[in-house]
Design a protein. Structure first.
Length: 328
């Protein structure tokens, strides 16, 4: 009986030791299972503005997921899960009407817009755009830019004919066939137009009048979630690092955005100087929103929101947190 008891006790100890040996592995497995899911990051992957975001997501998630094609509009729908989306400030204004919990949390880059026109259409100054056909995309930052530029020439949008933006390979022929006389759009389309027109080109810079603010956006709920907020802070830090790297040597970023967007590296490199990549928080963002809201509200036949209401769309706390973390 004693021998049997020893056998039983030995068996119990063996089982206990076996279980103990498996505890660390079990804990590791459990920890792995509770790791938060990667951020779902969206942006227009056919734009140059997205370059730092592409690099940042690649750094954080080298094995995927990548930045998905889309924008802030996807946050309005429940069909797709979106944590962070890159977009110009115009789209924040548009979509926050239905989703007032949207928040701009970082300005990735400022796009330096310009109007490119055909001299042979009789265009030598902004006032000469009257009666001309101008390609742009309605209700976008480019459309707002066009409205501001027309004001400089004493014109309104009613004085010109806006036509849908053409494909980049059709820009030259659209000018040649007099389908358009000018265009107001982001890069590299403007640079491609300038290149296609050659000596017949004239450009009107938006310097000091308007620059696109391409922001990263999320929701108030995501920022209130400690786990999600930590991930977003890490993303912003990666964007800051990517921007510093790009500004020192843009070759990797240019090659990546060319591949992702379907442009040639030459197209991207030519248009690159028309961007101010700084990964900050535009100090005049609220002023821009207030002015732009008036234009957009008229376009959408609604009342413009107050400055106080628009201020709720901006939250730089997560950006400040990201900067503070990098400074440690």
């Amino acid at each position: 009986m004693k021998l049997a008891r020893r056998d039983v006790m030995g068996g119990v100890l063996a089982v206990a030791m076996l279980l103990q040996a498996h505890v660390p592995g079990a804990q590791a497995s459990e920890a792995k299972q509770t790791d938060p899911a990667p951020l779902a990051v969206y942006g227009a992957t056919t734009t140059l503005e997205i370059a730092p975001l592409l690099l940042a997501v690649k750094e954080i998630y080298p094995d995927g997921p990548e930045v998905q094609m889309g924008n802030i509009a996807r946050m309005v729908s429940d069909e797709v899960k979106v944590d962070v989306a890159g977009n110009a400030e115009t789209q924040l204004l548009r979509h926050s009407v239905n989703r007032p919990d949207l928040r701009a949390i970082m300005t990735v880059v400022e796009g330096k817009y310009r109007i490119v026109a055909r001299r042979s259409a009789g265009i030598n100054r902004l006032a000469d755009l009257k009666g001309k056909r101008i390609a742009t995309l309605r209700a976008t930052s480019a459309d707002y830019f066009l409205a501001r530029m027309l004001e400089q020439g004493g014109l309104t949008e009613a004085d010109v004919t806006t036509v849908p933006m053409v494909q980049r390979e059709e820009i030259g022929s659209a000018f040649l066939n007099h389908e358009i006389d000018a265009l107001a759009i982001w890069e590299p389309f403007s640079e491609n137009a300038l290149h296609a027109l050659g000596g017949d080109a004239i450009e009107f810079s938006g310097e000091g009048i308007y620059a696109e603010r391409y922001n990263l956006n999320t929701t108030a709920a995501a920022l209130a979630d400690p786990v999600k907020r930590k991930q977003i802070v890490e993303l912003l830090q990666a964007v800051i690092r990517a921007t510093e790297k790009m500004n020192h040597d843009p070759s990797e970023a240019q090659a990546l955005v060319a591949k992702t967007a379907g442009f040639t590296v030459e197209e991207v490199a030519r248009a690159w100087p028309h961007h101010n990549y700084y990964a900050g928080f535009a100090s005049d963002m609220l002023d821009v929103l207030v002015d732009e809201e008036k234009w957009l509200a008229a376009l959408e036949s609604r009342q413009p929101r107050t400055r106080e209401k628009l201020a709720e769309l901006l939250d730089r706390s997560v950006y400040d947190e990201a900067r503070a973390g990098l400074a440690k």
